[in-house]
Design a protein around this ligand. Sequence first.
Ligand code: CA
Length: 339
Amino acid sequence: MNAITPMPRPSPVAATVDLDAEGVQHGFLRLPYSRDDSAWGSVMIPITVIARGNGPTALLTGGNHGDEYEGPIALFDLARSLRPDQVQGRVIIVPAMNYPAFCAGTRTSPIDCGNLNRSFPGRPDGTVTEKIADFFSRTLLPRADLVLDFHSGGRTLDFLPYAAAHELPDKGQEQRCFAAVAAFAAPYSMKMREIDAVGMYDTTAEDMGKVFVTTELSGGGTSSARTVAIAKRGVMNVLKHAGIVEGVPETGPTRWLDMPSGDCFTFAEDQGLVEPCVDLGDAVRAGDVIALIHPVGRTGQTPAEYRAVLDGVLAARHFPGLIKSGDCLAVVATVEDAI
Ligand code: CA
């Protein structure tokens, strides 16, 4: 007997734009969300599609985490300014993927506590956050050749400004990803390692063979003129690199960094008050004290010393002044001349 394979359940998300039409369209991904203040209500995720003629498709996203701002600023700006006559191919822009989280200014969704970047590939019959992930997995990612997903550190982390890609089993795909990172031309470019890549948008896109670029562009739950300028220039550079927008990427000096092993991460084993001993971008040697954690329950206590395990630069740090056991305190990345 043949087993009957059930048809995959359709996504409940309705796009109010035609993803495959030419011209410029501003609209929404409308996701039904029934609740006390709106029985037949919806989450309305803004989307822009700009298309002309034949060419590759770039899928540009921000707000995967709701408290990271360079991406949404650069992408709302691009959505209102990029003209179809500048485009050969298609650009799909979603400035705030996890829109409920973005509106709340939080990393995760206030509706279901969903961390969108740990919810992939998602489910059409899951939570609101899982339904967003599923729509990206089955409707938007398959249309894309190149995916640029903006991140920053959010309220609890702060990073050197970098574009990044991952080491991949397909070395040709990996090379195309790092070529797009180089084109982005952030002040730093990272060979990025994840603490746990399960459920990430990155992994889903990479497993589909896409060219995937991500970023970390500072953090702390805010943005700066400098890092917004990096984001705006970077997205145009990537579109030029892909041949979707005419012109040559405006490159500048970039420093290639690597996260060669789990030793690059330092996790707090204490709670208390963080005293930074080096700042982002500072050179550190293995054994250097990078931060102290002061106990705050009483005076007269000795702070815990946290030391670098690798030679490199401080690439990320815990942002708030207080820390808990288990929080990521710091990331030390090694410096490469080039890849
Ligand atoms: Ca993030």
